[in-house]
Design a protein around this ligand. Structure first.
Ligand SMILES: NC(=O)c1ccc[n+]([C@@H]2O[C@H](COP(=O)([O-])OP(=O)(O)OC[C@H]3O[C@@H](n4cnc5c(N)ncnc54)[C@H](OP(=O)(O)O)[C@@H]3O)[C@@H](O)[C@H]2O)c1
Length: 273
């Protein structure tokens, strides 16, 4: 997010000094950026700069993921298995599941991470993948058939284990690659069990119609106002200190988004993040 410095002669919707969140706009990790006016979304009154920084990217990702989940479920309410629930996106999915009565089973890599998530979402099972029998625990929660959808942002070697937990005809939605290494898939079960693998990326959000995008943006603004704790910040670092910021973003058990900030400009008196 940032503060409007100046606007083009024909721009009527924005004014200098106004706080805006911007998406998509390459190059926003900089002091100044030039963006088309329709990509600069006013930050609602009462929403802090820190909440405004992830206000678009994370909720818009949630919108894309949730639509993909609903499509893959074909009217069923679950079960859906999601990885890395401690991530900012994972917690948004958990909150949405509570709101929409979606049967969600959460995976996190550590016992301490599982404890933390259980406190936040006590109605949802949370399983630590460091447990030897984590797949057995998922099966106990999912029932005999398995899960209908896996929502995965870890990738790598664990993907094969996740695919084994899918019911026949189930869908694995891949939207991140937090682990390292390649992501293997056995062709035979994919074929015989008619599994679907689907990628989802916010990079395709611009292909939605202007009306659909306006609805998604309104949802993001509303979420930032009503539940800012779902867009919490781990810490803020000056843009010049990007190395410790990256180190923090990779730290295990981190909670929230790590922000890069630029110094206040003389005119605005606001922090641009
Ligand atoms: N497709 C898209 O359009 C899109 C958009 C936005 C984000 N994403 C992806 O969504 C994912 C989450 O993003 P975020 O910003 O919400 O992340 P985040 O808040 O930084 O959280 C990531 C969390 O994942 C866990 N983690 C890290 N490495 C892991 C590993 N190897 N195995 C298991 N868990 C691991 C860590 O939690 P613990 O230390 O507590 O275990 C870490 O805090 C990322 O992969 C990101 O690239 C995709």
């Amino acid at each position: 997010m940032g503060v409007v410095e100046s606007v083009g002669a024909d721009v009527r919707t924005l004014r200098p000094g106004q706080r805006v969140a911007v998406f998509p706009a390459p190059g926003t990790w900089s002091d100044f950026v030039v963006v088309p006016a329709d990509r600069a979304v006013p930050v609602p009154a009462g929403v802090s700069d820190e909440t405004a920084a992830p206000m678009l990217v994370n909720p818009l990702t949630l919108c894309m993921l949730y639509r993909a989940i609903e499509k893959a479920l074909r009217g069923q309410t679950g079960p859906v298995l999601q990885t890395a629930v401690g991530s900012s996106i994972g917690r948004l999915v958990s909150a949405a599941a509570v709101r929409h009565d979606l049967q969600l089973i959460n995976l996190v890599r550590s016992t301490s991470g599982a404890e933390k998530v259980r406190t936040l979402y006590p109605s949802q099972p949370v399983i630590a993948t460091c447990d030897d029998d984590w797949q057995g625990q998922v099966r106990r929660h999912a029932g005999e058939r398995g899960v209908h959808v896996v929502l995965d942002c870890v990738g790598g070697a664990m993907t094969q284990d996740l695919a084994e937990l899918l019911a026949d005809g189930g869908t694995l939605i891949s939207y991140g690659h937090l682990s390292s290494g390649t992501t293997p898939f056995e062709a035979l079960p994919l074929m015989v069990r008619e599994l679907t693998v689907r990628g989802v990326s916010i990079l395709h959000w611009m292909s939605r119609t202007p009306r659909e995008r306006a609805e998604d943006v309104a949802f993001a603004q509303d979420l930032a106002q009503s539940t800012p704790d779902l867009l919490d910040v781990a810490d803020s670092y000056d843009l010049a200190d990007f190395k410790p910021a990256i180190e923090h973003a990779r730290r295990p058990a981190k909670s929230g988004t790590v922000l890069l900030t630029t110094p206040q400009t003389a005119d605005s008196g606001n922090e641009a993040a």
